[in-house]
Design a protein around this ligand. Structure first.
Ligand SMILES: [Zn+2]
Length: 227
């Protein structure tokens, strides 16, 4: 029997590994996991002396390496400009995701909670458009919204935009134990060499934290079970 398909829909290359990467690694053992990255991740190009290659190419290669470390089957780059996601593009983004839904028939979608976890407006746009696609496709069983704890949000108060308050463990719908794939999660984060400062920081925090990923769940029917 064909394995079920899971879509993880993110705004930037690195959102998969800094986000629900342990869950993706666990899902990859029982399903076909696709990462759909909406932007090219090149907004900070001017800070990176990248020579002949553009930062977008470097970041897309880093995402592919990270996906490989997690056992992800496919990466789709939608090619929108980093930092540009807004209402004017809402239906264009939703249509691009819908085309992939029509082709691969995922049963589960994964994205960030509706405040984008970090408050980055690209993340908010991706979470909203992914919810829109979920609402329009009754064949999709469920959508999992990745979220973080209050401890994580407290540690991010020097972030460049407002970082919304995280949640308490009892508030969330699902806690995934990722200890079995923690080394894969770290390996995936370290693939993002152009974001080394951020990667080092998050990995240091993960080492000190419970090996868990948290989600809010909306479902029409039971979907995949992991952990
Ligand atoms: Zn991001």
């Amino acid at each position: 029997m064909k394995k079920p398909t899971v879509f993880c829909i993110i705004a930037h290359p690195d959102d998969e590994s800094f986000g629900p990467s342990g869950t993706l690694a666990l899902l990859a053992k029982i399903s076909e996991v696709h990462v759909i990255c909406v932007t090219d991740g090149a907004s900070d190009e001017r800070f990176h002396p990248v020579g002949g290659k553009t930062l977008a190419k470097i970041r897309s290669a880093e995402l592919k390496a990270s996906a490989h470390a997690l056992g992800v089957n496919e990466v789709h780059m939608l090619g929108f400009q980093d930092g540009s996601l807004n209402n004017n593009l809402y239906h264009e983004i939703a249509e691009a995701i819908q085309k992939l839904v029509d082709k691969y028939h995922p049963t589960l979608l994964i994205t960030t909670e509706l405040r984008g976890v970090s408050g980055h407006l690209d993340h908010v746009a991706v979470a909203m458009t992914t919810s829109y696609v979920y609402a329009k496709n009754s064949a999709i069983d469920a959508i999992w919204y990745n979220c973080v704890s209050r401890e994580v949000s407290d540690s991010m108060q020097d972030y460049f935009v407002y970082f919304p308050k995280g949640f308490a463990r009892e508030q969330v719908d699902m806690v995934v134990d990722i200890s079995a794939v923690f080394t894969q999660k770290v390996a995936a984060a370290m693939c993002h060499e152009s974001q080394k400062k951020d990667a080092d920081r998050v990995v240091a925090r993960w080492m000190e934290s419970p090996k868990e990923e948290w989600f809010f769940v909306e479902k029409r029917r039971d979907s995949l079970t992991i952990g």
